[in-house]
Design a protein around this ligand. Structure first.
Ligand SMILES: NC(=O)c1ccc[n+]([C@@H]2O[C@H](COP(=O)([O-])OP(=O)(O)OC[C@H]3O[C@@H](n4cnc5c(N)ncnc54)[C@H](O)[C@@H]3O)[C@@H](O)[C@H]2O)c1
Ligand SMILES: [Zn+2]
Length: 362
């Protein structure tokens, strides 16, 4: 058993356990971290079914469970209210302890229930998608979507522990699995050249979901995200580098009405934003090609299948709700593992360069 990764935040810290079989330790960790509490699991119904059928490598969960239908459409205030009402109806009190089981949707939704239930109760994250393990379960952001956009209502509410079990990824759909790897490539690009070259070397093992390779991948990504968010919980500064590739990715998602899955949009966004860094003379020529090469080996897109005009993407970036008053900003790389910080953690880019860079993927 390797030691957990410790993520610190304003009010304390929590361990992230990353190892095959971690889900089997849920009861033990709950006894330690949620001692004496009345437990309820809030779970993605499809994942819960796998759990109870013994397909996640551990015995069925014997306790109370509240389920929601899988998918982003469950990340709503209505679903948050229904889950909260169910807890209230069952008389859950201030001694409640929650467990979020599933992908990023479960973590965000159950985390937001935990953040607000009786002004906040502790919870454990049990992420079961690659994206949730190496990205969504770390950092303490919880919330739901609104008709106006994603993640517009939420709270910072860090979990008391995260149990990431790479063995539980065996059942994950191929497209969801590969999508998660786009965020790992991002982590290598923003913070660790050795990690990036390790992924290049181990691409085949990763595609096979080799447990040892996967454990190392999740661990290193969690370490990088933990390191970035520990110093900047509320995204005042360095946390912005986690948005590498995401300015373009969010525009792609908006223009296609979320027809492109997030991980694939991030892959395309990384390629376009590396091209932008090259055009602006921040990064050496060839960086974008190297990043695209790894993404392609991991089965991720590096060019749009149905072409889109760069203008539509530029418009979508400018009208992003979160940017309403601000100008469009990018977190750009200098080199593998090194981000540009000359103009702060993010910077604006000349319109002509953005347009040109977008032709790398459109
Ligand atoms: N809080 C954060 O910091 C943060 C960061 C990144 C993303 N997110 C959020 O995460 C969400 C996306 O997460 P996601 O990609 O995990 O999506 P998801 O939770 O919808 O899971 C994707 C699909 O995989 C299925 N699934 C989950 N685990 C499985 C398993 N082990 N085997 C088989 N199927 C399984 C689910 O039923 C679902 O259909 C978005 O809402 C996004 O906003 C949050
Ligand atoms: Zn992302």
């Amino acid at each position: 058993m390797s030691p957990p990764i410790v993520v610190s935040h304003a009010l304390g810290s929590y361990p992230v356990v990353v190892e095959p079989g971690a889900l089997g330790r849920l009861e033990t960790v709950a006894e330690e971290r949620l001692a004496g509490r009345r437990l309820a699991m809030i779970a993605d119904a499809a994942v819960y079914e796998l759990l109870q059928a013994g397909r996640l490598g551990r015995a069925p969960w014997p306790g109370a469970a509240l389920l929601f239908p899988p998918g982003e459409t469950s990340k709503t205030r209505e679903r948050w209210a229904a889950l909260t009402d169910a807890l209230l109806a069952d008389g859950y009190g201030r001694d409640t302890g929650l467990v979020a089981l599933g992908g990023g949707v479960a973590g965000d939704l159950a985390g937001f229930v935990a953040a607000t239930y009786l002004r906040g109760v502790p919870y454990i994250q049990a992420p079961t998608t690659l994206l949730a393990m190496l990205d969504a379960s770390v950092g303490g952001k919880t919330g739901v979507d609104a008709p106006q956009g994603k993640n517009l209502v939420g709270a910072f509410h860090p979990p008391v522990a995260v149990l990431a079990d790479p063995a539980a990824l065996a059942t994950l759909a191929e497209r969801d699995y590969r999508g998660g790897m786009a965020e790992a490539v991002k982590h290598g690009l923003i913070a660790d050249e050795n990690y990036f070259t390790w992924m290049e070397r181990e691409a085949d093992a990763l595609l096979r979901r080799d447990p040892a390779a996967l454990t190392r991948l999740v661990r290193r990504s969690v370490e990088i995200k933990a390191d970035v968010v520990s110093g900047d919980e509320r995204e005042a500064g360095r946390r912005a580098i986690l948005n590498a590739g995401h300015t373009v990715a969010h525009a792609l998602e908006r223009v296609t009405a979320f027809g492109i899955p997030h991980g694939e949009a991030v892959a395309l966004g990384l390629v376009a934003e590396c091209a932008l860094a090259e055009r602006m003379g921040l990064a050496p020529a060839g960086l974008g090609q190297r990043v695209a090469g790894l993404l392609a080996r991991l089965g991720l897109p590096t060019r749009l299948v149905s072409p889109l005009s760069p203008e539509r993407l530029i418009e979508a970036m400018a009208s992003d709700k979160k940017n309403l008053r601000a100008r469009v900003r990018f977190a750009l790389p200098r080199a593998l593992g090194v981000m540009d910080t000359d103009a702060g953690w993010t910077r604006e880019a000349p319109a002509a360069d953005v347009r040109e860079a977008l032709t790398a993927i459109t």
